[in-house]
Design a protein around this ligand. Structure first.
Ligand SMILES: [Zn+2]
Ligand SMILES: [Zn+2]
Length: 149
């Protein structure tokens, strides 16, 4: 679901208009896809999903659309894998967990003492990013099964 900054549900079209972005068909589809996704997809993943039903979709369009969404603060890009940008629809801030085996990125909701403060050590906080790296529950389970065999 798409929500505005006050966490109220709005349509994809309203969200784009509120950010002075022309709501073209392809931009709406990219935004709708991201708002439903929880896998923090790459440009490639988004493109492959959308081109299956929208043959006119191009990778360049997906890329340019994401860039303008990030510029306007509708979407955030995560660079935590070190090799590729992953994208997510901006909701309340949260931490991430990245699995070094399967490369999945999951949302982790933890209370961060700095989240409620607006500054740290005299520096003004505008954004916060935090992540953990390790083995996800699924991969840990698979490893346990393999070792048992
Ligand atoms: Zn994993
Ligand atoms: Zn996230």
């Amino acid at each position: 679901m798409i929500t505005n900054r006050k966490q109220r549900p709005i349509s994809a079209e309203q969200q784009l208009l509120a950010h002075h972005i022309k709501p073209t068909f392809q931009r709406l589809k990219v935004l709708e896809f991201l708002s439903k996704s929880c896998i923090h997809p790459t440009v490639d993943m988004i493109y492959r999903e959308l081109v299956a039903t929208i043959p006119t979709m191009s990778k360049t369009t997906v890329y340019n659309t994401l860039k303008s969404f990030v510029d306007k603060g509708i979407v955030s890009s995560l660079m935590i894998t070190g090799t590729e940008a992953r994208f997510e629809y901006v909701r309340q801030s949260h931490h991430h967990f990245i699995c070094e085996k399967c490369n999945s990125i999951m949302d982790i909701v933890i209370a961060c003492p700095h989240a409620v403060k607006r500054s740290v050590g005299g520096h003004t906080i505008k954004e916060q990013h935090g992540y953990f790296k390790g083995i996800c529950a699924d991969c840990a389970k698979k490893e346990a099964v393999n070792e048992a065999v």
